[in-house]
Design a protein around this ligand. Sequence first.
Ligand code: FAD
Length: 592
Amino acid sequence: MSTYTAPIRDMQFVLNEIVGLEDICALPGNEECSVELVESILDEASKFATGVLDPINRVGDRVGHVVKDGVVTTAPGFKEAYKLFAETGWTSMPFSPEFGGQGLPAVVTMAVNEMWKGANMAFGLCPMLTGGAIEAIAHHASEELKQKYLPKMVEGTWTGTMNLTEPNAGSDLAAISTKAKAAGDGTYLVSGTKIFITWGEHDVAENIIHLVLARLPDAPPGLKGISLFIVPKFLVNEDGSLGKRNDLICSSLEHKLGIHGSPTAVMSYGDNEGAVGYLVGEENKGVGYMFTMMNNARVNVGLEGVGIAERAYQHALWYARERVQGAIIGDKSGEKKTILHHPDVRRLLMDVKSRTEAMRTLAYYAAAQIDKAHAGDAVAQARIDLLTPVVKGWSTEQGVELSSNALQVFGGVGFIEETGAAQYYRDSRITTIYEGTTAIQANDLVGRKLAREKVPGAGMKALLAEMSADAAAIAGNAQLAGIAANLKNGIAALSSTSDWILANYATAPQAVHAGSVPFLKLTGIVVGGWLMGKSAQIAAQRIAEGSSDGYYTAKLATANYFAAHQLPFAAAYAAEVVGGAESALGLAEELF
Ligand SMILES: Cc1cc2nc3c(=O)[nH]c(=O)nc-3n(C[C@H](O)[C@H](O)[C@H](O)COP(=O)(O)OP(=O)(O)OC[C@H]3O[C@@H](n4cnc5c(N)ncnc54)[C@H](O)[C@@H]3O)c2cc1C
């Protein structure tokens, strides 16, 4: 049986040799961080992921949780694992020491979070949502609310949730109808129903701090009339102890395709006297505040694509080394060998390995931009703004494809639940939907991040210029000429397609949006190809310097694969964006 092993060597390569961990540790505020410390953190996290989270992944899927009279009992082992998780400090890593956090850079948290997602994605959602809630409170709430809620959330004693979705308000947040009214004592009374709330009710922590979007009376219609409230499951007394139960209940749990270990709750607020809530920041600014949380969560959901693909790869590789099936084409001995020897199984495994490495590099690169932006770097801020929808949208779409490719390696038993491959495939499927579907990410990319940017297209042009300079440098090494040539073609496709979007966005928005998802995939492939090209350049340099580390040889192979098998799709996506709108939109509605 395969067990999860954190891909520490690849994580360290990306951290140390691509995104420059040492430089990130040298940024103001990161004084506690060092390459050696990160090494030992990764080591400890890897033990936790393998020893505690991976063993309960299957039971989370097969047994799941139960709800009775609003009380949720999580899957066997989850409560104990969460207790240990909080006790060993994993909840506090990225947060400010002011609230008990360890203040570690985002790149370090990114690597550690990948392990939680790889070992047990359903479990990892609980700290992920709590982390988003902490960010939103830390950035926008009053000092009093911060002091009251953050220390307990950072130490993991209380968890957090994000309550946006309602039966009639999913992608369209403007339709939110949950209500809030001033109670006259500085608090508010919240009432309404929220659906699909991840870890909305559970038994792993003492209190649950719900962040809820709701409308005040007389608020303007649409997005400009939504406010954000902290609505705790148990009210918190002045001295920080838990008070009476708030007027909110989990009315049911959803039955889902995957992530069965993560309770997805229908939450009912204010069925009686009204759920007591506390306004975060100013009235009617809730959507903007929630985006602080969503941007954090979006990069983290993109990372789920990485984690689940890595786990699916490890599982498939284990099977490919075990399963003997048939003689191998071209092998004159006729000897029956493991399926790892069949060319197509090799291609499938290489596909998952190479594309997962590209996604990992992109996710950690994005985290490094967060760290630099945090230290005041405006260029890094523009880069993370541009890439957030790409990390989320591209990596999750890849995660689904790659967990499917990994399942294919198993043949028929891959389809049988007992094997476990089906779980990764099912679990991955939600990632392209929550935190904004791929279409919503793509809308964000072509709209706010490109055509409606302050200087339209400026962020993309800066990225294209940097990638072109790197492609030229890579082309200088004859060994990497194939990678450089495909990368240059990909960059040209992204550049011309971006220009087309900029030229047509105002006059033909429907045509642009008919191609927005292909454009997002085009961007992901080219940026992934660029980062894999840089990785190959470093690997070639290390080998030229005399390194005999097989890791570098493997990196050259995965980068070559990405350039040969993925970058050519850039031209196809470009053609789809520029010339595909009419055929996508042309059929009259009644003929569907
Ligand atoms: C397991 C799970 C966990 C979740 N966790 C949470 C949570 O913790 N908190 C929370 O608030 N929500 C949560 N959600 C809700 C999730 O974020 C929404 O389901 C998602 O945003 C999509 O909204 P919807 O389901 O209403 O689909 P709809 O918005 O109805 O979308 C249906 C289809 O239309 C497309 N579409 C809609 N609008 C547009 C547009 N403008 N442009 C292009 N295409 C469009 C979508 O891409 C999709 O293909 C969760 C959902 C699930 C299933």
